[in-house]
Design a protein around this ligand. Sequence first.
Ligand SMILES: Nc1ncnc2c1ncn2[C@@H]1O[C@H](COP(=O)(O)OP(=O)(O)OP(=O)(O)O)[C@@H](O)[C@H]1O
Ligand SMILES: [Mg+2]
Length: 359
Amino acid sequence: MARGQFARKKESHGGGLGPAQATFQALMAEARSQRHHRLVEKLENMSEPRPQRTSGARMHAQSLPNDLEGSLAPVAPRRRLTDLVLPKYVTTDVVDFIQEHAQLELLRSHGLEPRHKLLLVGPPGTGKTSLAEVIASELRLPFFVVRYDGLIASYLGETATRLRRLTDFVAEQPCVLFFDEFDTLGKERGDTNETGEIKRVVSSLLLQMDSLPSHCVVVCATNHPELLDRAVWRRFELRIDVPLPGEAEIRSWLRSLSRDYDAPRSLDRPEFVAALLGMNFSDIEAFTLDIRRKVVLSRGRIALEDAATTGLERLKERLSRSRSPENFPPSDSPPSPSSIRPKSDKRRSAKISGESPSS
Ligand SMILES: Nc1ncnc2c1ncn2[C@@H]1O[C@H](COP(=O)(O)OP(=O)(O)OP(=O)(O)O)[C@@H](O)[C@H]1O
Ligand SMILES: [Mg+2]
């Protein structure tokens, strides 16, 4: 079968190992070869197919009280741990956390409680929100996302009342409660520009977090850990740093992309890895999707490797031509050194430009 046809077939069936499944398997193989029996056992448990079930989140969405509809969004968790490509230490921490809840009875029979307050810290697009969803999905628990716009009221006292209603409601059932961009709340306590009201709200949130039972898993995510004060930090029993993908994660991603397309030569070569290093997964994913579209639309005339090479050339060209808004030189002038983005800014530039890297 021609390479293009093969890729098309995989696209249309959504077949092949996703990048994350491949990483998961690699992790399993590594754990086996290093005889980390406990980790192997945990990973095997997690990779077992699960029976189809009614979405717990949907069930709870129906029973969500009217007055909480604006401040709490039930989301059906779909993502699984195997869908994400993560450094081994992150996967291990997440698996341990999940296992504590999955084996709650055993812990309790020994007078122990599982940890249930988790802080995810890392740059944008590295998978923090996805991980919160994964935790709900792996634990088969309803997933509630806090909506600050509905929670924060304009008049005094109302926000604290809503917050109390919210925590009372989630405390009634095993669930995962997710505060995304937690710094927007957590930071404001020490902010002198804020009113006493928001400070009181954050203080009462922290107290209420303390009183939540352990069957209620609280996951908070932030890109700005430096904005959280010490009282906030000590509430969390586990902090997981979710970094930008390193060479190993990018290689893994490229390897599985190559496998999906049955590419004769894997893309996980140093030049490709180096070009993507510094980008976050959100943008790597967008870049990869552009390559996939190019291959699919060419109806087999463009091989994956060629699409990736062209895509990277375009990406580099665009990065070197990125300009500040106040400086738009003519198209034929060479880029000024100041207009070349540092590597760490690459992740932003791919998103900012609407142009497809591979077009
Ligand atoms: N580690 C990862 N493995 C695979 N895909 C990822 C990973 N991280 C992010 N992605 C992809 O990028 C998208 C954005 O990720 P997500 O929203 O979880 O990032 P985030 O860390 O919460 O970002 P932000 O800080 O901007 O909220 C996801 O939909 C997912 O497809
Ligand atoms: Mg997020």
